[in-house]
Design a protein around this ligand. Structure first.
Ligand code: ADP
Ligand code: ZN
Length: 433
């Protein structure tokens, strides 16, 4: 049974009506209270009362990350500061950070969305939940915190880092559920291994992982190494942090909390809608946020949506696991390649660890990719011939599957920097234009 079956299993037509009502409210709220939205609506010649059907959303302007930067820190805030109870921010790799303010009501919605996510992963009162997402301005830590408290299980707010202590507490407190990024889960497992602790023998049963891309192969790897079920969480600071979508027992896509987030998938070039089931850029409109309503936010995340019946009984629309971001796409020998494709191919090779970095350089006019991946100790124990053999094996596998020539360099165990949050897997050494 879902956390909130009334919403999560609501018949589609009822859900669509609910969404329309909330969309109209949100659009009016944004238009009347945020000068940025008023100006953008006016430029497009659209007014809130033009929204009569869900499809009318196509009349509305888009919002992009730069709009949030330009309006830093509170230009997009639709309520006075006296109604704001929390502000999160995402560091942003370049330029100013972006902020995410919340009202008390927004916090409440966040807790509800995260509770659905954790409940769907099988977390119940009595579970001891280690929350190793970073606490602080990052939405991960406190977002999960909100859901964990809502369910009423035992929370262990370890935040990220101090990995040795994470393992000790996991063992001593008999932790049953772990929340962190998938790459940090691997780091924790590796630390445990170094301490002679096999996590598979601990009571840990489930992990809820997200905030960064990870392939189905990586999920399998984590499940096997830790002896747990690895479930997923997806979200982004711009529209409220984690809790946007989550997977269920079927593990066939992530259910979107559609009463809070209206999803569209568009062609990233033409910005035209793409039929259900086909891949494109995910665009979200918030439906209940008050402090910072978000209209048609272009996430740059690539996925597809589908409404087929899910075996779990939820009617909430599903999105595929994110396969890449439009801004992470590499063009190698004329072929579009996403880092996730390389990750899944690396995970096919038993001689390597799931630790890698993709180095992109310019070679003439073309991009060239060097894959640095850690080989298992045994490979080095056998000697240089074995190393060369494994490098060639990976190169051939990538060539065979993607048709691109890449350079593969094996790296000694533990040389690639371990992640405590979002892993940095791409090293872009191309000259900045
Ligand atoms: P948060 O602080 O909630 O992680 P950020 O704004 O820092 O939000 O990052 C959001 C981005 O992280 C998303 O747009 C997406 O690219 C990525 N992301 C989050 N969750 C997942 C996930 N489960 N799978 C793939 N990518 C994800
Ligand atoms: Zn389901």
């Amino acid at each position: 049974m879902p956390w909130n079956d009334k919403i999560e299993c609501m018949p589609e037509s009822e859900l669509r009506n609910f969404q329309l009502e909330k969309l109209r409210e949100t659009v009016a709220w944004a238009y009347e209270r945020v000068p940025f939205y008023k100006q953008k609506f006016d430029e497009k010649g659209v007014r809130p009362d033009n929204i009569r059907h869900i499809e009318d959303i196509a009349k509305l302007p888009f919002t992009v990350k730069n709009d949030l930067r330009d309006n830093y820190p509170f230009g997009l805030c639709a309520v006075p500061m006296s109604e704001v109870v929390r502000v999160h921010a995402s560091s942003g790799t370049t330029g100013k950070p972006i902020t995410g303010p919340y009202t008390r009501g927004d916090m409440d919605c966040w807790g509800e969305c995260m509770a659905r996510n954790l409940w769907s992963a099988g977390i119940r009162p009595g579970d001891i939940v280690q929350n190793a997402y970073g606490y602080g301005l990052f939405t991960g830590g406190l977002g999960f915190h909100e859901g964990i408290s809502r369910i009423g299980c035992v929370e262990l707010p370890t935040s990220s880092g101090l990995t040795l202590r994470q393992v000790t507490l996991m063992q001593d407190f008999k932790v049953t559920a772990l929340c962190c990024t998938p790459s940090y889960a691997l780091t924790i497992e590796e630390q445990a291994d170094e301490m002679g602790i096999d996590i598979r023998n601990l009571p840990l049963r489930v992990g809820v992982f997200g905030a960064e891309p990870w392939t189905p192969g990586m999920r399998k790897e984590i499940e096997e190494r830790m002896g747990i079920k690895a479930m997923e969480a997806y979200g982004l600071t711009e529209i409220g942090g984690p809790g946007v979508s989550f997977d269920c027992d079927a593990q066939e896509g992530l259910h979107i909390n559609e009463d809070h987030y209206l999803a569209e998938v568009l062609d990233p070039d033409t910005l035209e809608p793409i039929p259900l089931g086909e891949k494109g850029e995910l665009v979200f409109t918030s439906l209940q946020r008050r402090a910072m309503p978000m209209i048609r936010y272009r996430t740059k995340d690539i996925t597809r949506l589908y409404r087929d019946k899910c075996s779990c009984g939820r009617t909430l629309i599903r999105m595929d696991k994110i396969s890449g971001r439009t801004d992470d796409m590499l063009i190698i020998s004329g072929v579009n390649v996403f880092p996730s494709q390389i990750e899944s191919l690396l995970l096919d090779i038993p001689e390597v660890e799931p630790q890698y970095v993709l180095v992109v350089r310019k070679k003439g006019h073309l991009d060239h990719l060097t894959v640095r991946v850690e080989a298992k100790r045994e490979v080095y124990d056998i000697g240089p011939d074995k190393e060369a053999e494994v490098e060639k094996k990976i190169q051939d596998h990538i060539k065979g599957m993607l048709g691109i020539a890449v350079t593969v360099r094996l790296v000694e165990p533990k040389l690639i920097q371990r992640s405590e949050g979002k892993a940095k897997r791409i090293l872009d050494e191309r000259p900045k234009s």
